[in-house]
Every structure is written in structure tokens, then in C-alpha cells.
Design a protein around this ligand. Structure first.
Ligand code: ZN
Length: 440
């Protein structure tokens, strides 16, 4: 058991570090846009009439109560490490209208302290019209980190407004990073965390602003037996609980004529599909087998290994964000990453085992290649120097210059590896969208 305990030493602090960077792909809305603009099922959808969450829940309260009960039973039957919904949180359809929204948020166990008001993200290339009222990001999230400091623009929507399906879907696909899954654990120091029944946070650093969403935005479904044994907390993840619930809610909303909420719930679920297409969200130690893990422990290099993985994770996200932002503002749809996201796979269709089996298995299979590409094409200081902290560094803000300084072929090489991840993202994104639309 000494070896097993040694492995715990590797993995436990690693997860604490990783939790500092949990956006996976940065700005999911911009990343999804090249697909939204070409996917026929999205483009041919009628404009959506906006409804508040309270209006939707109040109108369909009885059926929603049944759906939530069915989902709870499904989760208990199918999710091995599931923490059951406490009885006092079961949605009560007899509540007065004014109380149903909060009761719904409690029943699906998302953070009830943020606003779920209708809004849309404005794409970087869009010019605002006179009736567009920009709202501060602080109206949408209490988070102070990267979202608050980014330069995305948001416009408030009111009940009855018309908005396109592409806009609702792309906007909602970024929304789970706005705090929905923050503070849900008993030891997170929140009032709702004490009531939600998830117990204490199984991994990730609860002291970091983003740390507590780690078990909801990461899914280690393909751990080796030794890691599972040494660190069973890594198995207590909830992406499947979230995606399956949002899939059911989306299908239900469409079937009852609440199309705005159909696309918005679809977008919420799409977020987790995107996160788990990121190898660093599906594998705790990329390119590190059992023997290598044990060797790292035996040679006392644990802290160094953790810093390298953390830096590589940060570099690919900064690189993706910069590549996409530069191409999107120019509407350069021929740029290779945007082009890859826009490749249609008409036969891709979501199945019950798509997330835990197909998607994350493919992410795990791609983890070593991505890790190696980062080592090959990024400056050694950024990805191979354990004394360097990439997060918040000047290089993070100027990542394209740093990669270009590596010489000819570096940006192309890293872009090619990024685009391989995009193939996975867009295939499963299309499967997800089509799976819900075909269920109606
Ligand atoms: Zn996320």
C-alpha cells in the first residue's frame, strides 16, 4: 500500500492545482459560434420568444415535478457515486408562482445566488443596435476572475423579445462557467452548500474562486484501477448528472412549446460536452502511466510534475482563446480552427453512453498527443520549466508572440494539435444538439 499512498501524493495536489483553471476552452460561446452559423438544424430554427425561468417553471410545474422525480430515480439507479437529493429539496408544484423559480434551482442543485435572467452574449464582430442595452457582467455572475475581466459584451433580454436559436445556444453554452456549480458542497462555506447533500468537496481546492466547480466540470471516467483505488474521490464527478438533466429539460421544453428554454437548457448541457472534449478535463495526469507516476513519487519530483501539467493546461487554453478571438473578430471563417469547428458530421447522434464512454474515452486517448505537442512547439520555459508559473505571466497575455518566437512551424504545429481537439468538440457538440432535436 505504500505505492498506492505515494500515488495519492501525486494526484491529490495535482487536482488542487488544476482547479485553478477550470474554464476548459475559454469563452465557449465564441468557440461554438462557427458551428452555430453553419449547422442547418440551428440556422433553420424559428426566432425564439424569450421567457423568464419563473414563467417557464410556473407554466409547467406539474410536469417538471414529474421530470425531476424521474431524473432523481435515474441518477440513483445509474450513477455509482451519486449523492441523493435531500427530501426537503424535492420540487413542490403546489408552491405559489413567486416561489417556483427558487424551488426549481434548489431541486436541480445549482447556485441559487446568481441571476438566471435572459441575456445574450454579443459576438466580437457584431455592432450593437440602438435598442440593445448592454448589461454589466456583474449582473450575471458574482465571480471576480476571468469572466469579470474579459472583454465580452452582454445584452439583457426581456420576456417577449425575439432572439435567434444560434444566439441562445452559444450564449448558454458558456453560462455554467458563470457560477452555476460554485459552492455546492457542505464545506464550501455557502448556505446552499450545507443544504444540497453533496457532502464535502471530493477534490479540487475549495479556497480558490473556481475550485469548487471542479467535480462538476471534470469527468475521470477512465481511470486506471490503481488511481481509482488510491483516490476514489476522483470518481465522484457530476458531468453526467448535469448533461442528462439538461437534456431531459430541453426535450421537455421543446415538446411543450417553450423553445427558448429548449435551446437554453441545450446550451447548458453543451458546456459540459465542450469541457470534457478537453483532455485536461478527462485525465488527471496526461501522458503519465502508473509506472511513471510512481517514478515521479520515488524521485521526489511530484511538485515539479504538477507545475508542468498546470502550465501546459494553461498554455493550450490561452493559445485557443487567442487564435479564436483573432479569427472571430475578422470573421475569418477560413482560419483553420474556425474551419474545423464548422465541419459538419450529419450522422453524429447523442446516445446515453456518449459522455462517459465515447467522448471522454476519445479525450483520454488524445491527452498524451496534446501534451507532447505542447512540449514540442511551445517555449520550454512555458511548458517544461517547473520553476515557472504560467498563470498571470506576461507570456499568457502574449501567447501568440511567445509561440511565434519558437520559429517557423511552431504556431502551425500547435494549431494542428488544437484542431484535433476541435474535431472531437464539434463532432460531439453536433451529436448533442441533434440528439435533443431528434427526441421531440
Ligand atoms: Zn466549465
Amino acid at each position: 500500500m505504500t505505492k498506492v499512498r505515494g500515488l495519492v501524493c501525486v494526484i491529490a495536489p495535482l487536482l488542487a492545482l488544476q482547479s485553478a483553471m477550470l474554464h476548459a476552452w475559454s469563452d465557449h460561446a465564441s468557440l461554438a459560434w462557427p458551428l452555430m452559423r453553419v449547422m442547418p438544424e440551428v440556422q433553420t430554427a424559428e426566432p425564439l420568444r424569450v421567457e423568464t425561468l419563473s414563467e417557464f417553471v410556473a407554466a409547467e410545474r406539474t410536469s417538471i415535478a414529474d421530470l425531476l422525480n424521474d431524473h432523481e430515480q435515474w441518477a440513483r439507479d445509474n450513477l455509482e457515486h451519486y449523492a441523493a437529493l435531500p427530501a426537503e429539496l424535492v420540487f413542490d408544484p403546489a408552491l405559489p408562482d413567486a416561489d417556483v423559480e427558487l424551488a426549481f434551482l434548489n431541486a436541480i442543485r445549482v447556485n441559487p445566488t446568481r441571476s438566471y435572467q435572459p441575456y445574450r452574449q454579443v459576438m466580437s464582430f457584431e455592432t450593437l443596435s440602438e435598442q440593445d442595452a448592454l448589461i454589466a457582467v456583474s449582473e450575471l455572475t458574482f465571480l471576480q476572475g476571468t469572466i469579470a475581466s474579459n472583454d465580452s459584451r452582454y445584452v439583457g433580454l426581456a420576456s417577449g423579445d425575439l432572439v435567434s436559436a444560434a444566439t441562445v445556444l452559444s450564449t448558454a453554452s458558456d453560462e455554467p462557467d458563470f457560477g452555476l456549480d460554485i459552492g455546492l458542497y457542505a464545506d464550501n462555506g455557502t448556505e446552499h452548500g450545507k443544504r444540497y447533500g453533496f457532502g464535502n468537496q471530493p477534490f479540487g481546492n475549495p479556497n480558490l474562486e473556481y475550485g469548487s466547480q471542479a467535480p462538476f466540470h471534470m469527468g475521470f471516467y477512465h481511470l486506471d484501477w490503481l488511481t481509482s483505488l488510491a483516490q476514489p474521490g476522483l470518481l465522484q464527478t457530476y458531468p453526467l448528472y448535469r448533461t442528462e438533466l439538461y437534456r431531459k429539460l430541453a426535450v421537455f421544453a421543446f415538446s411543450t412549446g417553450h423553445d427558448y428554454w429548449g435551446w437554453r437548457f441545450m446550451g447548458w448541457g453543451l458546456h459540459y460536452v465542450g469541457d470534457l472534449a478537453q483532455p485536461y478535463h478527462a485525465v488527471p495526469l496526461p501522458d503519465t502511466g502508473i509506472l511513471k507516476s510512481l517514478w515521479i513519487v520515488a524521485t521526489g519530483k511530484t511538485g515539479e510534475a504538477l507545475q508542468l501539467v498546470s502550465n501546459r493546461h494553461g498554455v493550450i487554453e490561452a493559445f485557443q482563446k487567442a487564435i479564436v478571438a483573432n479569427a472571430l473578430v475578422e470573421q475569418d471563417w477560413g482560419q483553420s480552427t474556425l474551419h474545423e469547428v464548422a465541419q459538419l458530421s450529419p450522422s453524429a447522434l447523442w446516445a446515453r453512453n456518449s459522455l462517459a464512454q465515447e467522448l471522454t474515452r476519445d479525450s483520454a486517448a488524445g491527452a498524451a498527443g496534446l501534451d507532447q505537442a505542447l512540449v514540442q512547439y511551445a517555449p520550454p520555459k512555458l511548458v517544461s520549466d517547473p520553476a515557472f508559473e504560467f498563470s498571470q505571466s506576461p507570456e499568457e497575455a502574449a501567447i501568440l508572440d511567445a509561440i511565434a518566437a519558437q520559429g517557423e512551424g511552431a504556431e502551425e504545429g500547435l494549431t494542428a494539435s488544437l484542431n484535433q481537439q476541435m474535431q472531437r468538440f464539434t463532432y460531439f457538440a453536433q451529436a448533442w444538439i441533434r440528439g435533443i432535436l431528434h427526441s421531440q
